[in-house]
Structure formats: structure tokens, C-alpha cells
Design a protein around this ligand. Sequence first.
Ligand code: B12
Ligand code: SF4
Length: 456
Amino acid sequence: MPARGGRRKILLISSSHRRPDGSVARVGRYWTSGLTLVHLEALTPPDFTCELVDDFMDEPPLDTDADLVGITAMGLQIGRAYRLADAYRSRGLPVVMGGEWVSLNPEQALEHCDAIVKGEAEYAWPELLADVQRGGFRKRVYQGEKLHDLRGLPVVDLDHLPLWRPELMRERVYREYYFQFPLYVTRGCPFRCDYCCITQFHDGTYRKRPIAEVLRDLEAIRAKGSRNVLFMDDNPVADRRYAKELFRSMIPKSMRWCSQCTIQIAEDEELLDLAAKSGCFLLSIGFETIKQSNLDGINKPWAQAREYARLIRLLRRRGIQVVALIMIGLDDDHPADFDRTLEFLIRQKVPLAKFHLPIPYPGTPFYDRMEKEGRILTRDWDRYHYGSAVIRPKRMTPEMAEQKFWATYRDFFSMRSILRRFFPPSPRNLKIQMHYLTANLIFRKMQQAGKHPYLY
Ligand code: B12
Ligand code: SF4
């Protein structure tokens, strides 16, 4: 690997996914960004320079002067990521991959790249790069000897976020809501839902960042002229004491934040009040299903379906918008359960829902179970996008599951459903509700045009 100007160059790519017609999904502007690329850049020693490309917005350059290519991918992006890896390797460039999918499926990934980072990169990436400096990879799988305690993580350069377009923020129409800056406070989750790659990836551990360091990062976002934050966490409230302390200390910062979260947040009213006061305006919550038998079946028995309606009301009362993440077509679902779920969401006035047909991510207990039961219908990862029946459902045909999936989306974004869900509005956060009303109308238009509302 030749050194140029004393510094070697790493091309870091976040992959997009392929649409059914084979084209790569692209957007012109986007409302948030992951942290992976800037975080890897921050972990890179100064004797390297990094170029960051998000394939979701820009075509990665195949003719590159980079010495090393690093690729990250999530879910159905993996097919596109493997194709990119193959393309760079065929040009003689060494390729390293990382992320949840790759970490849980090392042998599969190594068919497409020269080395992988298995698990988090904090210790493994500097070790790999030291080997690169010494002449090349010494092994194919790099894995840190221990998990990082999340203290003193390097500060990321927010200006390098590939999906962030500062010029858009200067336009009046975008000023208030454009771009939610990424930040995370915790890693992992103590639960063990059987379809979840996060708890597998972190081996059931749950770690928290020092609150002072989180507050410092919030200041950096404020310095960009924004108050909007998206936590990259999967379950920021698993340690209630920590979460309460964090939210309390965020109140004076006047931020607006959203996150993925478990419904645990609404089970403790003090926690919920603090979240609302600290600026929480939207939570994506994995309810998964309104049937307890299904919850038990996916190893999520701690979530109580009969409590969902009451807990959603508590969130709504505080003006916190809910994005309900729903799996339909689980083992105890009949076709009529799609309709029951839809009616439940409408009655609870849920502003947005993302429906998923069950997807068995390789490396999870759910995948292993589906494989053992001979129910995996395809390993074409491009189809692992939640709208395809990639496993054989128990109580309906795959065709019926897909048909009901699209019908549920259509009915969720019907005018009648939108009106029932948004009117009368709850008294708090009226502006944000109107924002999500507009989002519903946009998604309605997309799905009328035959597009998956969230896949672009
Ligand atoms: C932000 C985010 C997004 C953003 C990404 C925007 C962007 N392009 O920048 C958006 C909203 C678009 C998104 C979309 C999707 N996402 Co997403 N997303 C996340 C989220 C919340 C945070 C990612 C992040 O920044 N983490 C913080 C960084 C620092 O951690 P990290 O990525 O894990 O990286 C660390 C290590 O993994 C490792 N590493 C990772 N990659 C690499 C690469 C190399 C080369 C190396 C050396 C190391 C390395 O190093 C890092 C430091 O330790 C994660 C959940 C999570 N907690 O990570 C889900 C997550 C990654 N997403 C997931 C999925 C499934 C999707 C979708 C495919 C869902 C869908 N609709 O089908 C879509 C993709 C759609 C598309 N259009 O392509 C899954 C991945 C599942 C899997 N097995 O791969 C996750 C884990 C969520 C979950 N709980 O299931 N997502
Ligand atoms: S609660 Fe969420 S993050 Fe935790 S194991 Fe279940 S699905 Fe994964």
C-alpha cells in the first residue's frame, strides 16, 4: 500500500440499498444522519486522512486515490454494500467492513471483503490501521478485547456528516426543523427480543456515556445553530436513574430531541415528565404487536399489550408524538389481526406507524428458529425490507401477508384515518402535530404512487 504525502487515505462509505428495479435508492436532502462514519473518522489516527461518502446521497467514487476502503451497512443495505466491496476489490483495493450485519455474519461478509471489524470499533479499528501502516492486515477478523466504557470517546466533526447540508438550514422554510443532529447516550439494551440484532451485537450489555460528555456534545450542536437532536440509542431509558439524571440536566439546554425507545418510558410518570421537559417531542417505540401471545413468542414478555393504550395516552398528554413500530404477520396473527392493529392505532391517535413483516436478520435467534422450522423463503437480502414476506407466516400464505401489509399501509394513510388520528389535536405541541400531519399527507402520496413510504 503506497503512502502519499505521508498520509494514507481511507474512503469510508455508508451504503444505500437497491430498489426493486435494481437502481440505488438516493435522496437529495435528508432529515438526519447516522454517526458511524464521523465516529470512525474520529477514531482514526492522524497519520490517515478520511473521505466520507453516504451512498444514500452521493455515488461512491470507484476511481479513487484511497489506499483502503471501509464500508458500513444496515439491514437490506447489505446487498448493495457487498456489491460495492466486490467492485473495489476487483480494482485491487483492500476493503474492510463493519456494523451489526457484518459482525453477526463474519464468514458471509468475508466472501466480499478482506477484513472485518467484529463488534464495536473503538479498540479494533486503531489496531487494524496500525497493521495497515506496517504493511497490511494481519488477520481477517479484528475484534476489540473488551467493550469500551464509553468514557472519553473522541469528539466527532459534525461538519463532516455526509447527509448534513448547512446551506439548507439557511433557508427559512427549513430553519426550525431541518436536520436532527445525531448523538448517542447509551449503547445496547438489557432485553433479549429474539429478532433484535442490537442486543446480539452488544451481547446483552448496556452502557451509558458520562452525562457531562453528552452535555458537551449538545453544546456543539447548539453551536451549529440547531436545537434538534436524534439520539442514536435503541433504549435510552433502560437505566431509569441515569435517564432521569440526563433529562434533568438537559432541561436548561432547551433542546428538542427524539429517539427510538421502549415503552418503559411511559411506565414511570416522573421519567416521562422529565423527558417532556427536556425537549422530547417524538419517540419511535417498538410495540411490535397488540397480541400478548405474539409478544411472548418473540421473547418480549416484559411488554404488556393490555397496557399499550393507557401508556400511549400518557405520551400524548405530554405532547410527545409516537411513531409506532409494528410487526404484522407474527406467528399468532391471522389476516384479521392486521385490521385490528390498524383500528387500535387509529383509536389511539398514533401520528405515524411503520409496519414490518417479520424479518429474520441472520445472526439472531429469530433467524435460527425460522431456519430450523424451514420457513425462510429467500436469502435475497435486497428483499429484507419489511414489505416482503421473506419467511412463511404460520396462519396465512406469504402472498396474503404481503397483500395485507400494503392494504394496512393504504388504510393507515387514508384520509379518514388521518383525520381520525389528528383531530381533535392534543393541546400540547400543536406545531409539531401539524408537522406530522403534513408528513402523513406526503407518505399518503408516496404510497398512492406505489412506493414504500419509508424506503424512498
Ligand atoms: C441512524 C440510523 C439510521 C439512519 C441512517 C442515516 C445515514 N445513512 O446516515 C436511517 C434513518 C436512514 C436508517 C435507516 C435504516 N436502518 Co438504521 N439505524 C440507525 C441507528 C439508529 C444509528 C446508527 C449509528 O449511527 N450508530 C452509532 C454508531 C457510532 O454505531 P454503529 O453504527 O454501530 O458503528 C459502530 C460499530 O458498529 C462499528 N462499525 C459500524 N460500521 C463499521 C464499518 C467499518 C468499516 C468499521 C471498521 C466499523 C464499523 O464501529 C462503530 C463504532 O464502534 C441504528 C441503531 C444503532 N443503535 O446503531 C439503526 C440500525 C443500524 N438500522 C437498521 C436498519 C434495519 C435500517 C433500515 C434498513 C430499516 C428499513 N427501513 O428497512 C433502514 C435503511 C433504509 C435505507 N434507506 O437504506 C438496523 C440494522 C440491522 C442489521 N442487522 O443490520 C439498526 C441496528 C436498528 C435496529 N435496532 O435494528 N438508520
Ligand atoms: S427492547 Fe428493542 S433494543 Fe432491546 S432487545 Fe428488544 S428490540 Fe432490541
